[in-house]
Design a binder for this molecule. Structure first.
Ligand code: MN
Length: 204
């Protein structure tokens, strides 16, 4: 589950997530925004003598030692590589028994988890991400981060392993949803690939 520095192929066609995410948004988001993070993190790696044969996670864990360019683009690249895998045209995936149990233990119910995550995503001011993370104290938590930061970074207020990440930058939804971030988040739940979340939870 480690992440490299190169952009991986999108695991579906640009139109696959219609109508929840429109084709043009997916095309621009993947080919312009996300591609730039990968290009720029590789530039920063050259400039800052980072071995790109090692996982990107190694850099994220000590991101405070690197430049702002590295922070923004290492985060941006990691976050998007994860995000694409968290989406699917299959709208029938479900949390595993194990993940559901952890969700109930952490939040009371799956619905209550979704409600709290939605609030975190809705109220993140400006650009950033909402996350479901698994903490070092072996609990699930909902957090949000600004810009392209993420909970693997040593500078994160609350650290943990990301199980779900939702991009709430306007570039992720503006063409279709304009200012209606809440509607985009409602659509996100329909296309969230719980199989990916289950795999990540099983990996820790
Ligand atoms: Mn994005």
């Amino acid at each position: 589950l480690k992440t490299g520095f190169d952009q991986q192929p999108l695991p579906y066609v640009y139109s696959a997530l219609e109508p929840s995410i429109d084709t043009l948004t997916m095309d621009i988001h993947y080919n312009k925004h996300a591609a730039a993070y990968s290009k720029n993190v590789k530039e920063a790696a050259v400039a800052e003598s980072v071995d790109t044969t090692k996982p990107l996670e190694d850099v994220l864990g000590k991101i405070s030692k690197y430049s702002v360019k590295m922070r923004n683009n290492a985060g941006g690249h990691y976050n998007h590589e994860l995000f694409w895998k968290l989406l699917s045209a299959d709208t029938n995936t479900q949390p595993s028994v194990k993940l559901l149990a952890a969700t109930v233990a952490g939040f009371g119910s799956l619905d209550e988890f979704k409600k709290q995550f939605t609030t975190a995503a809705t109220t993140r001011f400006g650009s950033g991400w909402a996350w479901l993370i698994y903490n070092s104290d072996k609990k699930l938590s909902i957090v949000s981060t600004p810009n392209q930061d993420n909970p693997l970074m040593d500078i994160a207020e609350i650290k943990g392993f990301p199980l779900i990440g939702l991009d709430v930058w306007e570039h992720a939804y503006y063409l279709k949803y304009q200012n209606r971030r809440a509607d985009y988040i409602t659509s996100f739940w329909k296309i969230l690939n719980w199989n990916t979340v289950n795999d990540r939870f099983n990996s820790i």
